[in-house]
Ligand binder design. Structure first.
Ligand SMILES: NC(=O)c1ccc[n+]([C@@H]2O[C@H](COP(=O)([O-])OP(=O)(O)OC[C@H]3O[C@@H](n4cnc5c(N)ncnc54)[C@H](OP(=O)(O)O)[C@@H]3O)[C@@H](O)[C@H]2O)c1
Length: 289
């Protein structure tokens, strides 16, 4: 049976350490770290994520500057808010909760965030730094995956890694981080041919496609590390209740893999943790230069 990579436990450990660091740093700094979460509209899933992030901030001693705007807020108004947050000395991290309502240009708004406050690590400057192997704020979900690999001593150097998915949010930065850690990386997507065969070559397989259970046992090399980023909400045929599943068919893959992240309790909690981590990094940088 594969070793379960417990992202929830690791998230708890990192958050406890961050909270202790913040308490200590507060002794010689006049203000706590601050995170502003900008949400537009009332998408229930987004509202739940935002609540989750704000509660985590509260537990850790990070000040929250949440702005929840009505769904019909104009581009100019959101842009003005981001300008204010860029200028606000109490704010170290700014996050725009995606997806935004369709009338808003999300890319323009993301690009407007001060790169030094880009808690999500999605600004082109931070993406460019990742591409160049320079230090900068790293996007949260792939950074969470790298932290899990490190915690469980899964060394990417010299390994074959396949990343399934090529989004800006997960797949592309994930591939670059694995490359930075000296893995040999292939990025696969919906046009890739012979996916099962390709995936079977992977020592480290990262699934970020959003297709429940697409990765079955015949896609997996025995002993491989399987990282399931996918979060899919599916309805149980019998009970009618909704539950979260990943992109990996956990029950069939667990007996073959060497290590595997569960869903929920794998990469999800690590994403929020990396957001808090980035906020604290920006805070330190703003004080220490
Ligand atoms: N754990 C977390 O904290 C976290 C954070 C972010 C996202 N997620 C989850 O991760 C998943 C991916 O998110 P995302 O934002 O990257 O999604 P996305 O923007 O929809 O990208 C999905 C990627 O998967 C590829 N793909 C789709 N169907 C495929 C198939 N049948 N075979 C091969 N490739 C396929 C797409 O290929 P093309 O480019 O060719 O269309 C695309 O590159 C979702 O389930 C999301 O909920 C989880």
């Amino acid at each position: 049976m594969a070793q379960r990579l417990d992202g929830k436990a690791l998230a708890h450990k990192i958050q406890s350490q961050l909270a202790a660091d913040i308490t200590q740093e507060r002794e010689h700094r006049e203000r706590p770290p601050g995170l502003a979460v900008v949400m537009v509209g009332d998408n229930p899933a987004s509202a739940a994520y935002v609540r989750n992030k704000e509660r985590a901030c509260e537990r850790m001693g990070i000040a929250s500057f949440g702005a929840h705007l009505p769904a019909d807020t104009s581009q100019a108004s959101v842009a003005e808010l981001i300008d204010q947050l860029n200028q606000d000395e109490r704010v170290d991290g700014i996050l725009i909760q995606l997806p935004l309502p369709e009338h808003l240009d999300a890319v323009a708004l993301l690009n407007q965030i001060d790169p030094a406050k880009d808690a999500d690590g999605l600004h082109p400057e931070n993406m460019g730094r990742l591409m160049r192997g320079e230090s900068g704020l790293r996007s949260c979900t792939p950074a969470g995956v790298m932290a899990v690999l490190k915690e469980y001593n899964i060394e990417p150097a010299g390994k074959t890694a396949v990343v399934l998915g090529r989004s800006i949010l997960v797949g592309k930065p994930m591939a670059l981080m694995l490359l930075e850690a000296n893995a040999t990386v292939t990025i696969a997507h919906s046009r890739t041919q012979n996916l099962p065969e390709l995936c079977r070559q992977a020592d480290i397989l990262v699934a970020a496609v959003g297709r429940p259970g697409i990765i079955g046992a015949d896609w997996v090399k025995p002993g491989a590390a399987i990282i399931d980023v996918g979060i899919n909400r599916i309805q149980d045929a019998e009970s009618g209740k909704f539950r979260l599943v990943g992109d990996v068919d956990f029950a069939s893959v667990e007996p073959i893999a060497g290590a595997i992240t569960p869903v929920p309790g794998g990469i999800g909690p690590m994403t929020v943790t990396m957001l808090l981590h980035n906020t604290v990094l920006s805070y330190r940088k703003r004080f220490n230069g």
